[in-house]
Design a protein around this ligand. Structure first.
Ligand code: CP
Length: 316
């Protein structure tokens, strides 16, 4: 594997999940394959889980790690080619990227959608420049349109908790005070579609996702119908994707908060969320604290998905 930015890069999904579960059983078995190798993690956006779990995964493999918070302590970066750089950005990404590549063996990059241009966001402008110019294997730590390390961890978690071979998985929009990217729901849909599990996506009208990611999922606007019989409920907020409302908050309707009444419609479903989660906006205290909530094991599996990806990037 030379890059990891989407589900296709991981190859056979069942093989990848089995490999991840093997790593989880003995996460220090491959502690020498990263010896004298350096992982550079570059963050254009904040993180708790991705930063800690990926660093831990690299340490399990014997790697050295460098973390760069681009917005804290680095030169402000110009990203547009052709700009006369007479403003407040003294360095261009086109020099910065190959320079960063000089100091490491693998690069992880987090760069969210900026909601300034749908075209820029959905063409993955920043991530693709790292792929083109760093000279190193690159993996996504959440880009503008996808969060594959999260989705891989989500699938590992579902594999561990599922009670049927083809569970019903419901991806539900939930309210949030601010506009959030579509990367997590896009990616979750993409990975679940690759499994062949039943996927139902429910959201208020106007929150339709990019059809490329929705694939064969069933869109159900009737929230109660969507939740009925669910084995897994994956709650997430996202801003509107469709034009002319791209990047906008169209609703903060608390009727979409996942509560005990909603969960009672399900097949005793497990509750999932990528975290961080806003309690009593996305999900009530009761649900997230219930035995059916698996948000912590889900977050713990971020170390495993990252370690599986890093192991492959080191050895392939
Ligand atoms: N789920 C996730 O990616 O968490 P962080 O934003 O804290 O890294």
């Amino acid at each position: 594997m030379k890059k990891f930015t989407c589900v296709e890069d991981i190859g056979n999904l069942q093989v990848a999940i089995d490999e991840a579960l093997e790593i989880k059983r003995d996460r220090f078995r491959f502690q020498n394959i990263g010896k004298n190798k350096t992982l550079l993690m570059i963050f254009f956006n904040s993180s708790l889980r991705t930063r800690l779990s990926t660093q831990k995964a690299a340490m399990n493999l014997g790697m050295n790690t460098i973390v760069l918070d681009v917005n804290h302590g680095a030169w402000k970066l110009e990203t547009e080619r052709g700009v006369v750089m007479d403003g407040d950005k003294p360095e261009h990404l086109l020099e910065a990227i190959p320079v960063m590549g000089c100091y490491c063996d693998i690069i992880g990059i987090r760069s969210f959608a900026q909601f300034e241009s749908k075209e820029n966001d959905y063409s993955e402008k920043i991530l693709n420049q790292f792929l083109l110019y760093s000279g190193r294997p690159v993996f996504s730590m959440e880009a503008a349109t996808r969060h594959p390390l999260q989705s891989f961890a989500d699938l590992i978690t579902i594999e561990e908790y599922k009670k049927t071979t083809r569970p019903k998985v419901v991806l539900s929009w939930a309210p949030h005070p601010r506009a959030l990217p579509q990367a997590v729901p896009n990616s979750f849909a993409e990975w679940i579609n690759a499994t062949g599990y039943e996927l139902v996506i429910t959201h208020p009208e106007g929150y339709e996702l990019d059809p490329t990611f929705v694939g064969n999922a069933h869109i159900e606007y009737d929230r109660k119908k969507a939740f009925t019989g669910a084995d897994f409920v994956y709650a997430k907020n996202w801003a509107a994707y469709m034009d002319p409302n791209y990047g906008q908050v169209l609703s903060k309707d608390h009727a979409w908060t996942v509560d005990t009444a909603t969960m009672a419609l399900t097949n005793n479903a497990y509750f999932m969320h990528c975290l961080p989660v806003r309690r009593n906006m996305i999900v009530t205290d009761d649900v997230i604290e219930s035995p059916q909530s698996i948000v912590i094991p889900e977050a713990a599996n971020r170390e495993i998905s990252a370690q599986t990806v890093l192991k492959r990037l080191l050895t392939d």
